[in-house]
Design a binder for this molecule. Structure first.
Ligand code: GLN
Length: 446
């Protein structure tokens, strides 16, 4: 643990992944573990982990990278934090992200700009950019991220690591600061597939504090990891290789899929025809839910209160105007608009219908196939500052990850090659609660 902090201190000026460190508590916990000894089979005990800053922790501030939560201390730990502690992992710090997880480059953080671990002029992706860069830069072997429309998989792809967004309901969201409650899911980010499966084992399961967490037995995700892909049926959706997807990314992913054929999998092309509605429907649904979830930041209950406010109305307006960043305000306005009486039918209800069509697309494919494979992102990591003033281009970087969230399916990204010296991610999409199958495939490739 002491070495971990040395490594973080040495690399942090280049990476800028952390918003807070937990040195005193972490060293104490490590010492305690040394004294009591580690139970046999407890492979995660003593392993350092970084936590995305939208997951609440008692020992460190939780800001969601927003000014409105500057120095905010939670009075309780998120369920995943409890589980991480029970497994003996040691939380070393909180990781940078896009403000309230809204963004695809970690540049909407109020605090700092995290760099891609491979090239300091590139973004680390987002919104879990700190979680991805910290793992890729060797600061921690494991981190937790959250994924609403691609925020674990896109930064994992941009940094060449393994990122898993589990099935909606696999992991408790209790203590995850809500962005879009019907889409959000926490997941592990690691260097290797096996580490990822081990961490998912530790953090999964039903939680009475989250009614959307599934009442299902959690399998040991490592027990079948070695079984190989012989006879596995893999679907390759043609819409994920279309216009806007960089040819070098396509080439690297197709090469990876060929490897699966060589390993004995059956690979066939399929169609997910409603993919094209994903981004538009997502930004309506996610923003609508966000506008509701963010009402609690009112200058009274949590965090920042404007010192200028002279009456109650001004407490709300000024605290929120000064506390939220531009992208967050854009989402709140979009969400409030699409939920308003005059536009509900034209926007919010329509987006819900598009979502249903996308779910049906997946159902049809999964009637015949075990897994879907495709690129994680249309391009490799882009330059810092390149897309920050162009929200639409930024939104398009999640075009290949959003459909999975809309359907609640598990999706992961594993490194599969390079383009322009930067990592390319292979996306593996599984059946509901089919994470074990995904790990099997990911492990066979690694
Ligand atoms: N980039 C997407 C957005 O800005 C997804 C973010 C996420 O998954 N948290 O909404």
């Amino acid at each position: 643990t002491a070495q971990t902090f040395e490594r973080i201190e040495a690399t942090e000026p280049n990476v800028e992944a952390f918003l807070a460190l937990n040195k005193d508590h972490a060293l104490k916990r490590a010492e305690k573990l040394d004294n009591i000894g580690i139970a046999e089979g407890n492979v995660l005990a003593g392993i350092p982990i970084g936590i995305k800053d939208n997951i609440v922790t008692k020992e460190m501030p939780t800001t969601a990278a927003s000014k409105i939560l500057e120095n905010f201390m939670s009075v309780y730990d998120a369920t995943v934090v409890d589980k991480v502690n029970e497994a003996g992992l040691i939380s070393v710090g909180k990781l940078n992200m896009d403000e309230f997880a809204m963004g695809g480059s970690t540049e909407t953080s109020y605090y700092k700009k995290t760099k891609n671990a491979w090239d300091q002029t590139k973004v680390p992706g987002g919104s879990s950019g700190g979680s991805a860069a910290a793992v890729a830069a060797g600061q921690v072997p494991v981190s937790l991220g959250s994924d609403t429309g691609g925020s674990i998989r896109q930064p994992a792809a941009f940094n060449g690591i393994v990122g898993m967004k589990p099935t909606y309901g696999r992991i408790s969201r209790y203590g995850l600061i809500a962005f879009s409650s019907s889409l959000d899911q926490i997941g592990p980010m690691t260097r290797t597939v096996k580490d990822n499966a081990l961490v998912l084992n530790a953090i999964s399961g039903h939680d009475v504090k989250d009614s959307t967490s599934a009442q299902l037995e959690v399998p040991d995700f490592t027990s079948t990891i070695n079984d190989g892909v012989k006879g596995m049926k893999i679907a390759v959706p043609k819409e994920y290789f279309g216009e806007g997807v960089n040819p070098e990314v396509v080439a690297a992913v197709k090469e990876a899929i060929k490897t699966y054929e060589k390993l004995g999998a059956i690979v066939e092309e399929v169609s997910l025809p409603h993919t094209k509605y994903g981004v538009a429907a997502y930004y309506i649904i996610a923003s609508a839910e966000a506008s509701s979830n963010l009402q609690r930041f009112d200058g009274i209950r949590y965090g920042y209160r404007s010192p200028e406010a002279k009456n109650l109305e001004e407490v709300y307006v000024k605290s929120r105007s000064e506390g939220f960043g531009e992208e967050v305000k854009r989402r709140i306005m979009l969400g409030t608009f699409s939920l308003s009486a005059g536009s509900y039918d034209a926007y919010f209800r329509k987006a819900g219908k598009a979502r249903t069509l996308m779910i049906q697309d997946f159902d049809k494919v999964f009637a015949d196939y075990d897994l879907i494979m495709a690129p994680t992102t249309p391009t490799v990591a882009f330059g810092l500052g390149e897309n920050i003033d162009d929200p639409i281009t930024m939104y398009m970087s999640d075009v290949l990850t959003i459909p999975t969230n809309m359907a609640g399916l598990p999706g992961m990204s594993i490194p599969c090659g390079f383009s322009q010296g930067l990592p390319v991610g292979l996306q593996i999409i599984g059946q509901p609660f089919g994470e074990a199958q995904m790990y099997k495939a990911a492990y066979a490739f690694e």
